[in-house]
Design a protein around this ligand. Structure first.
Ligand code: C2E
Ligand code: MG
Ligand code: MG
Ligand code: MG
Length: 278
């Protein structure tokens, strides 16, 4: 009986693996030409200064709507695009589309508005990134300081020597640099000291239980304190409840982003919001 069970488990495992492989192959193929077929769009989620409750800018988040496969989450298709190399093309589309939108909002009178863009490790590694960004900023006559690049900790850890050179070049260009999902990787604030980072985006996992779990609270407190000592801005990701907001505000967190004050939305919804605000 044990043997039969073992075989079943084996069978289960293989078919599961096969399913996953064929799903990623399907997505990889479907992703080819997605830009040309207009299946991609950007949603924008507001980022707020906490004490003032003032809008600082938006984070651009990629969306993919396939006619047969439906809506596919970026958490599913971004890793596939990274291993296939398609992320380079997608990433360029995000930069072009996002900066064009930002320029249009700034021309409507929101001249200090910022845009945050997620940059994959694959994009970050390539020397062309800086040239592409500089060209896109110039094409839309945008100040580099209006653009914040969100990089994950892994980016800096992978190849610290190259990463610190690349970060310096980006910093010299004048764009802002943020560490995304901070606290989930293996970097430390001690290492971050050597990088020209402007913002720590504290991962949602720290925020989630902050009002019920004391160790989350203490972690959060020390991250915010150290960031403050290093003159780095803090932004809490995934804030959903008033009690989380209250704790963050007591701890002196600089900015927040989360469902409590705005979900990611299409550009036209944000445009309407900005018009009402003005
Ligand atoms: P991320 O950059 O950490 O983005 C934050 C994610 O948290 C987004 O998920 C956002 O919709 C979600 N979120 C925001 N507020 C809340 C909240 O209050 N509660 C909860 N539960 N979730 C919240 P999304 O849009 O599904 O994106 C997932 C990930 O996909 C992103 O994580 C980012 O790593 C990646 N991604 C998205 N767009 C791009 C892109 O253009 N380029 C690259 N390289 N990666 C992207
Ligand atoms: Mg992000
Ligand atoms: Mg994040
Ligand atoms: Mg994340």
């Amino acid at each position: 009986q044990a043997k039969a069970l073992g075989r079943n488990e084996m069978h289960f495992f293989t078919s599961n693996l096969q399913e996953r492989m064929s799903r990623s192959l399907t997505l990889e193929n479907a992703l080819r030409g997605a830009i040309e077929r207009n299946e991609l769009s950007l949603h924008y989620q507001p980022q707020w200064l906490l004490p003032e409750q003032r809008l600082v800018g938006f984070e651009a988040l990629l969306r993919w709507q396939h006619p047969e496969l439906g809506t596919i989450s970026p958490s599913e298709f971004i890793p596939i695009a990274e291993s296939s190399g398609q992320i380079i093309q997608l990433g360029e589309w995000v930069i072009a589309t996002g900066l064009q939108q930002l320029a249009s909002w700034q021309q409507d009178g929101h001249s200090d508005l910022r845009l945050a863009i997620n940059i994959s490790a694959v994009q970050f590694r390539r020397m062309e990134l800086v040239v592409r960004l500089a060209a896109a900023l110039h094409a839309h006559q945008l100040q580099p300081g209006c653009l914040e690049l969100e990089l994950t900790e892994g980016v800096a850890m992978e190849n610290p020597v190259h990463a610190s050179q690349q970060l310096k070049v980006l910093h010299d260009l004048g764009v802002r640099l943020a560490i995304d999902d901070f606290g989930t990787g293996f970097s430390s604030l001690a290492q971050l000291r050597h990088f020209p980072v402007d913002t720590l985006k504290i991962d949602r996992s720290f925020i989630e239980y902050v009002d019920t779990d004391n160790s989350s609270l203490e972690m959060l407190r020390s991250i915010i304190q150290l960031a403050h000592n290093l003159s780095v801005d803090t932004l809490a990701e995934g804030v959903e409840t008033p009690s989380q907001l209250k704790v963050l505000s007591e701890l002196g967190c600089g900015q927040i982003q989360g469902f409590i004050w705005g979900k990611p939305q299409p550009a036209d919804a944000c445009t309407r919001y900005l018009q009402q605000m003005a």
